[in-house]
Ligand binder design. Structure first.
Ligand SMILES: *[C@@H]1O[C@H](CO)[C@@H](O)[C@H](O)[C@H]1NC(C)=O
Length: 201
């Protein structure tokens, strides 16, 4: 009886681990960039036929997002382009087949992405990798020292506002890099998006 309980418990732990291992959350800032590196454990010596990405579009909707088929084309094929609005924002290199670079992030990119890899001649469960992309709608990077200056970036998306220590308000369209090099520019900065959500630094 006890052995059975232990066995069931171990099975439960294993299943949980198995699910935890093929999934990660990737965080990005609006108007910023993100690398979505899918990390399925690929079988050595097996040729991959297709890399297929799905993106949840709602129930009863085809989740197809993108496909890369090395034997057919070196180009990533994107589905529902109009809806996903990723033209010129989605970058894929054939030499990094399982990685997507998404630039100029939008809130609508926040979704669950699933990559399925299938081999040329392999019957079995194809490896999968899930990325939950989280797009924050206002971000203020921690300042980095560059020479004598402290440099940070305020990400707000469109119609954001940056309030400087001397009480000026600057419009932010997407993102703004801030260089703090002199004493008169040190102090509190407010990085605010169009909805009025601010981050103070
Ligand atoms: C995002 O990537 C694009 C294209 O590679 C680049 O031009 C841009 O400077 C990057 N933006 C940030 C905030 O790093």
């Amino acid at each position: 009886m006890l052995t059975r309980v232990i066995l069931i418990f171990l099975l439960f732990v294993l299943i949980t681990l198995a699910f935890a291992q093929n999934r990660e959350t990737v965080k990005g800032c609006i108007a910023g960039n993100v690398t979505m590196q899918f990390k399925p454990a690929l079988l050595a010596g097996r040729e991959v036929k297709t890399y297929v990405w799905n993106k949840v579009r709602g129930i009863f909707k085809d989740p197809s997002f993108a496909k890369f088929e090395p034997s057919v084309s070196s180009q990533l094929e994107i589905y529902y382009n109009e809806e996903h609005q990723v033209q010129n924002r989605l970058i894929h290199y054939p030499e990094e087949p399982a990685t997507l670079y998404l630039t100029d992030l939008r809130k609508s990119d926040q979704e669950q992405y699933l990559l399925v890899v299938s081999y040329v001649d392999y019957v079995g469960t194809p490896p999968e990798w899930i990325i939950d992309l989280d797009v924050q709608d206002v971000c203020f990077e921690k300042p980095k020292d560059v020479g004598k200056c402290a440099v940070s970036t305020c990400y707000t998306g469109e119609n954001g506002v940056l309030k400087t220590p001397d009480d000026r308000e600057e419009t932010v369209n997407g993102l703004k890099v801030i260089n703090v090099c002199e004493k008169r520019t040190t102090g509190t900065y407010y990085c605010c998006n169009s909805k009025g959500n601010c981050i103070v630094q």
